[in-house]
Design a protein around this ligand. Structure first.
Ligand code: ZN
Length: 151
């Protein structure tokens, strides 16, 4: 299970000084990224889509920093795997060829992609005025709520 918090971007956040995954002593920090896609033409003078990314740092132990980096790598690989196999599969499908391998790679990438999102210890969604912070470890989430005085 995981817990979700919606906080104002102006609220200074405090993090319980322990690893967000296991609760052991935190020796380092890791960043959670949250993106915001906006139509750039509304705000700048060139048309197109612009992506903005915000990040927050949270405490983590070195062991889980490596696990989290691995999850992030899996996230990127599976994302591009999905895009690439989907694209290749579509081209061959239009030519009347059914490519089982493209479909298989697509499905494996899709599963890995969903899993990598679920496995992230802390997820961040960013709106203009609010952050949505999703913490996977329930115990850690409770302490996070306590030190920040939020529900
Ligand atoms: Zn840990």
């Amino acid at each position: 299970m995981s817990k979700k918090f919606r906080v104002s971007v102006h609220t200074p956040l405090k993090w319980p000084n322990k690893c967000a995954v296991c609760g052991e002593n935190a020796t380092t920090v890791y960043e959670a990224h949250g993106g915001l896609i906006e139509l750039a033409c509304a705000f700048t003078d060139y048309p197109g889509i612009k992506t903005k990314v915000q990040s927050i740092s949270y405490p983590i132990c070195s062991k889980h920093k490596y696990t989290t980096i691995t999850i992030r790598i899996l996230y990127f690989i599976s994302f591009w795997g999905m895009l690439f196999s989907g694209f290749v599969g579509l081209i061959f499908y239009k030519k009347g060829l059914f490519t089982f391998s493209a479909l298989a790679i697509f499905l494996i990438s899709l599963i890995a992609f969903i899993a990598s999102i679920k496995w992230k210890p802390v997820r961040l969604r960013w709106g203009y005025h609010f952050f949505t912070i999703i913490i996977r470890n329930d115990q850690y989430a409770r302490e996070f709520a306590l030190v920040n005085n939020i529900e």
